[in-house]
Design a protein around this ligand. Structure first.
Ligand code: GLN
Length: 197
């Protein structure tokens, strides 16, 4: 891999465009990924925010669920925000019927844990591994992490709840750094992708 890794954004549903912009600002070559052939060509992948039930249904419909599981299992760096965090969880506490995940992070997540759409909020969040002060966390019907396994590192908490975790090459945040114009979390992920290359 060159110094400019190719990073995909899973583009089945959700805030794809914002992630493409944030990744490009963090010096990655960013492109949307919808099909297994496109997934095969990227060095890392972002799973955006949106609606996790819809996203998992579309992933299954597009024949992406197994290829995603396989690449994550093989160690491809992956970063999930909000609904993307839910997709990376090995277990959902309150899944909708038939809701599947890609998995990869040994954690249990609670969907919509911070409340409904009109209870969305912003808060300063200190993230381990990110210098220069807290990031502005945008929480939109956000999940939190109920519990983590021994291999999962908690990298941020808010209000006593886990809101960012890392396990190996997988990173997940309850909040949406792609909406803030502060690209430090994306830069951290780009560095994770570079480290694998
Ligand atoms: N609550 C949504 C879900 O369950 C996630 C919301 C978001 O990604 N902003 O998928």
């Amino acid at each position: 891999m060159s110094d400019t890794p190719v990073i995909g954004v899973l583009a089945l549903q959700g805030d794809v465009r914002e992630h493409l912009i944030a990744l490009a600002s963090a010096d990655a070559l960013a492109r949307p990924v919808r099909r297994p052939e496109e997934l095969a060509e990227v060095d890392g992948l972002v799973i955006p925010g949106g609606e996790s039930t819809t996203m998992s249904k579309l992933a299954s419909l597009f024949g992406m669920l197994e290829p995603l599981r396989e690449r994550v299992r093989d160690g491809m760096p992956v970063y999930g925000t909000c609904a993307g965090m839910i997709l990376l969880a090995d277990k959902i506490l309150d899944p909708r019927s038939g809701q599947e995940t890609v998995g990869g992070i040994d954690m249990i997540v609670r969907r919509n844990a911070f409340g409904r759409q009109n209870e969305s909020f912003e808060a300063a969040v200190e993230v381990a591994g990110i210098e220069g002060g807290p990031v502005e966390g945008v929480f939109i019907r956000a999940p939190w992490v109920e519990s983590v396994g021994a291999q999962t590192e908690v990298v941020a908490e808010h209000g006593g709840h886990i809101v960012a975790v890392r396990q190996g090459n997988a990173l997940a945040t309850s909040f949406h750094p792609e909406l803030t114009g502060d690209h430090r979390v994306h830069a951290l992920f780009v560095d994770m992708v570079r480290a694998v290359g």
